[in-house]
Design a protein around this ligand. Structure first.
Ligand SMILES: Cc1cc2nc3c(=O)[nH]c(=O)nc-3n(C[C@H](O)[C@H](O)[C@H](O)COP(=O)(O)OP(=O)(O)OC[C@H]3O[C@@H](n4cnc5c(N)ncnc54)[C@H](O)[C@@H]3O)c2cc1C
Length: 450
């Protein structure tokens, strides 16, 4: 006999997938949850790999203290352990010259990068952020907006660098200024680097899923879902989802509803071709924020106090994450994340790596002698869908409601006024709420996996 409990499939075992599972179980603990994850390790872009005792996130990750991911984690009793990076006395990289990075009032006074007049203009701008009408700026791109707020090229470069840092976007001609201002204001609440890396959040969420569930939840690693098929409801309006595992052995399983917590290209691929043309188009229009990342693990840092740097006229990032969070086996060891923010359409290559290495040579002279492990990831997607001016900012992002009954989307490309992990978590909560609302009128869905 079929169980009376709600059966939900979540495709994608990243932050969005686990968040959605938690929310559903908070409301309906009896729900039978199955999470399908194509990789062996859960966590997606929030996963952490351990190499020779160093905890490596997928590139530089910082949790916004005032963001919605942090708010949800706290709500469910998971308070991530970690610490804020020290950005005081950081390095502003300007061409081949290094200056004090003016991210605090004290460093603004100290830096020789700007004249007094420029410092007054910058301080006024940063202190007056709340005066900008975010809604009115939704359809203005960041470049046009910065041209309006300042006539000074160097001032605009620093503002652009700060916006790149908090949005992970190097697409100023496309990014919505309204959304970017909102993100900048939120980011003033500070960030945390997490002890043990972001896997600590993933593991915490999975633990929470298990605690909340009255029925044992299932996590299926190494299981890729390959297609969805919706059928007429056959029994009392209950939806039926059939999971098909492909390859040598095909298996099928039924569910009442599905959340697709996978990247936009995967969502497009999983939806039946006939019904999803317009959704596909919307998903195709997602403009990602991408970076080339360089991770450096050292026995000890030659310059242990050089912990933070930002390119001002070039899209560069440098931070010794181990100076704030516990990410190494030995206290003396150092883990540095560097990034080159890629403009839309540009592919990460050796040039970006060479440039980061040349900056590293100057910030940590002699680092090669201390090297334990080095990793270059030329193309990572930090955010799959950024709010664009051409689409009125967040208004234009993908909908969580898909054209297949009781199938919903979650992820950082799904419409919310949040970026990055905050977008993933916000959209997952929304998808879960929609699913809970709509589980009365369900149709049969076939889910195919390999
Ligand atoms: C370099 C980098 C830096 C970042 N820095 C920050 C930061 O500082 N602050 C911040 O807030 N956020 C940051 N982020 C963003 C943050 O990591 C993501 O927003 C968040 O992890 C996205 O979670 P998700 O679950 O939506 O997607 P993902 O993590 O991409 O999860 C999707 C999951 O679905 C699985 N999957 C895909 N297809 C299938 C299928 N067919 N069947 C089954 N499973 C499938 C994937 O394997 C993956 O595990 C950064 C990301 C990167 C890459």
């Amino acid at each position: 006999m079929q169980s009376e409990n709600l059966k939900v499939a979540i495709v994608g075992g990243g932050l969005a997938g686990f968040t959605a599972a938690c929310r559903i179980l908070q409301a309906k603990p009896q729900t039978e949850i199955t999470i399908f994850e194509k990789s062996a390790q859960a966590g997606g872009r929030a996963s952490t790999k351990v190499k020779e005792g160093f905890h490596l996130n997928q590139g530089a990750h910082a949790l916004y203290r005032a963001g919605s991911a942090m708010a949800f984690l706290k709500e469910i009793g998971l308070t991530p352990a970690g610490a804020a990076p020290n950005t005081f006395d950081g390095t502003a990289i300007y061409g081949d010259e290094f200056f004090t990075l003016p991210l605090s009032p004290g460093d603004m006074i100290k830096t020789k990068l700007f004249s007094t007049v420029e410092k007054v203009e910058l301080s006024g701008f940063l202190l007056g952020l709340n005066k900008f009408d975010q809604a009115a700026l939704a359809s203005t791109n960041v470049s046009d907006w910065l041209d309006k707020v300042s006539k000074n090229a160097k001032v605009k470069e620093l503002l652009q660098a700060i916006l790149r840092l908090c949005t992970y976007s190097n697409n100023p001609e496309k990014l919505s200024a309204g959304a970017a201002v909102g993100q900048l204001i939120m980011s003033q609440g500070g960030v945390l680097y997490l002890d043990g890396g972001w896997q600590s959040i993933v593991d915490g969420l999975w633990g929470k899923v298990q605690d909340l569930a009255a029925q044992p939840p299932t996590l299926r690693p190494n299981t890729a879902v390959t297609g969805l098929q919706s059928n007429e409801s056959s029994d009392n309006g209950r939806s039926n989802v059939t999971v098909i595992t492909g390859g040598a052995q095909v298996a099928e399983e039924t569910f009442d509803a599905v959340i697709l917590a996978v990247p936009p290209a995967q969502v497009a691929q999983l939806l039946p071709e006939a019904i999803a043309a317009d959704v596909r188009q919307a998903l195709d229009k997602c403009v990602p924020g991408r970076v080339a990342g360089l991770d450096i693990c050292l026995k000890k840092a030659p310059a242990p106090k050089t912990v933070y740097g930002l390119g001002v006229d070039e899209p560069l990032y440098y931070s010794m994450h181990s100076s704030a969070a516990k990410l190494t086996a030995e206290a003396e060891q150092a883990l540095i994340h560097m990034a080159y923010y890629l403009p839309h359409g540009e592919v990460g290559n050796e040039r970006h790596e060479a440039r980061m290495l040349s900056v590293l040579d100057r910030l940590q002279p002699g680092w090669q002698d201390e090297l334990v492990y080095k990793r270059y990831l030329p193309e990572m997607t930090a955010d799959y869908g950024q709010p664009l001016a051409s689409q009125s900012g967040v208004q234009g992002l993908a909908s969580p409601i898909l054209p297949l009954a009781n199938v919903f989307a979650a992820g950082d490309f799904v419409g919310s006024n949040k970026f990055l992990a905050d977008g993933a978590v916000t959209s997952a909560l929304r998808a879960a709420d929609l699913l809970l609302e709509q589980t009365k009128n369900l149709e049969k869905i076939v889910l195919q996996t390999v």
